[in-house]
Write a protein that binds this ligand. Structure first.
Ligand code: DGP
Length: 115
């Protein structure tokens, strides 16, 4: 989508340091990190929110959660100690950027419940 900031970052239209990239997925550091390691994982194609994933996106969704999360966790060194994944969805979910993104949060011990 032409005016979507995460589309622009993921597809290289804005010069950003990607921490991970393949044909369908990109990941980069959050502009406003909440923890020492705060990465956003996004599909390159525009999907506004997780409930907009369709049948044809099943491989993409699995790729993100099976392959990409693990690879990034290893890369930033949080795979052994652990990390948290968050997908804020819609207004009540606290989603502020309408392009599906998985927050990978790590580098310190998390508390529960979240606010
Ligand atoms: P959410 O509230 O789940 O929609 O999270 C959106 C996150 O995106 C928030 O933590 C800040 C981050 N963010 C917003 N704009 C930019 C940007 O232009 N670049 C980067 N790297 N992160 C951004």
């Amino acid at each position: 989508m032409s005016d979507c900031i995460f589309c622009k970052i993921a597809n290289g239209e804005i010069d950003s340091k990607l921490i991970y990239e393949d044909e369908t997925v990109a990941a980069f550091r959050d502009l406003n990190p909440q923890v020492p390691e705060h990465i956003l994982i996004v599909p390159k194609k525009h999907v506004a929110k997780i409930t907009d994933f369709t049948e044809e996106d099943k491989n993409l969704a699995a790729h993100i959660f099976v392959d990409v999360v693990h690879e990034i966790a290893k890369k930033i060194g949080v795979d052994e100690n652990g990390f948290r994944l968050v997908v804020n969805t819609g207004e009540d979910g606290g989603q502020t950027v309408p392009h599906l993104h998985v927050h990978l949060l790590g580098g310190r011990k998390m508390t529960w419940p979240p606010g």
